[in-house]
Design a protein around this ligand. Structure first.
Ligand SMILES: O=C(O)CCC(=O)C(=O)O
Length: 227
């Protein structure tokens, strides 16, 4: 077959079948924005996490600039945080759910890079639109880098567990932006113990808190950068 015939053959291929998204086939639905479980962490487990970390342990959360500088920038992010060891028992649960969610995307994951608890405790506490993976992030993660010595690790999947009862606060909603630029709201994430996992490239924000206090456990699964 010469080049012209080969080109003709390609041109005659039938169009790919249109497969509508099926809620029953999530394992091949890589275009899915997120995987969420409503209230999957029992209330008592959420409370056990909160009891373990006193409010006095929290400090003002920081953001990182494109240049890699770390700073407190309340216009972008106003909340308090505490970092906890990925080896903490909550890390095993976060990791397990992230691997379940990753059956959708099948990212190459090395492990849980960072784990943190957030406390939104003032009217106006928020985190504006952002993504979690950035160029500066091609950094080392203690305990994981030796598993991937040749390639740096970056955040691939973001995890949020809502540790608070949705009746204990107003505002403070985690929202997303779809591929077509539309706002994606997930009110069920307000249920205590709800967990959502999404590619760290997905835009998201936490709307300003208007009452009460909201705690969230957040973590990032890291792996070699996407190519
Ligand atoms: O508070 C949350 O649920 C998510 C926080 C967040 O967007 C982040 O830490 O990147």
């Amino acid at each position: 077959m010469d080049d012209a015939e080969r080109a003709g053959a390609v041109g005659e291929l039938p169009p790919p079948p249109l497969v509508p998204p099926s809620p029953n086939a999530p394992l091949s639905a890589r275009y899915m924005h997120m995987r969420a479980w409503e209230g999957i962490w029992p209330k008592a487990v959420c409370q056990a996490v909160l009891d373990e970390f006193p409010d006095t342990a929290f400090s003002d959360a920081t953001v990182q600039t494109r240049q890699g500088d770390t700073l407190i920038d309340p216009g972008t992010r106003r909340t308090k945080h505490i970092f906890i060891e990925p080896a903490h028992w909550t890390g095993a649960l976060v990791s397990h759910l992230a691997h379940q969610a990753n059956l959708i995307w099948r990212f190459d994951l090395t492990g849980l890079g960072t784990l943190s608890i957030l406390r939104y405790d003032e009217v106006g506490s928020h985190f504006t639109w952002h993504v979690d993976v950035l160029a500066y992030d091609q950094a080392s993660y203690p305990g994981l880098s030796e598993l991937s010595p040749a390639r740096p690790l970056e955040r691939k999947l973001s995890v949020t567990v809502n540790l608070s009862d949705g009746d204990d606060y107003e505002g403070g909603d985690l929202e997303f932006v779809s591929g077509s630029g539309q706002l994606v709201q997930q009110p069920e994430l307000r249920t205590q113990g709800s967990t959502v996992i999404f590619p760290s490239t997905l835009g998201h924000r936490v709307t300003p808190l208007t009452r009460g206090v909201r705690y969230a456990l957040v973590g990032w699964m890291v792996g070699p950068p996407l190519r």
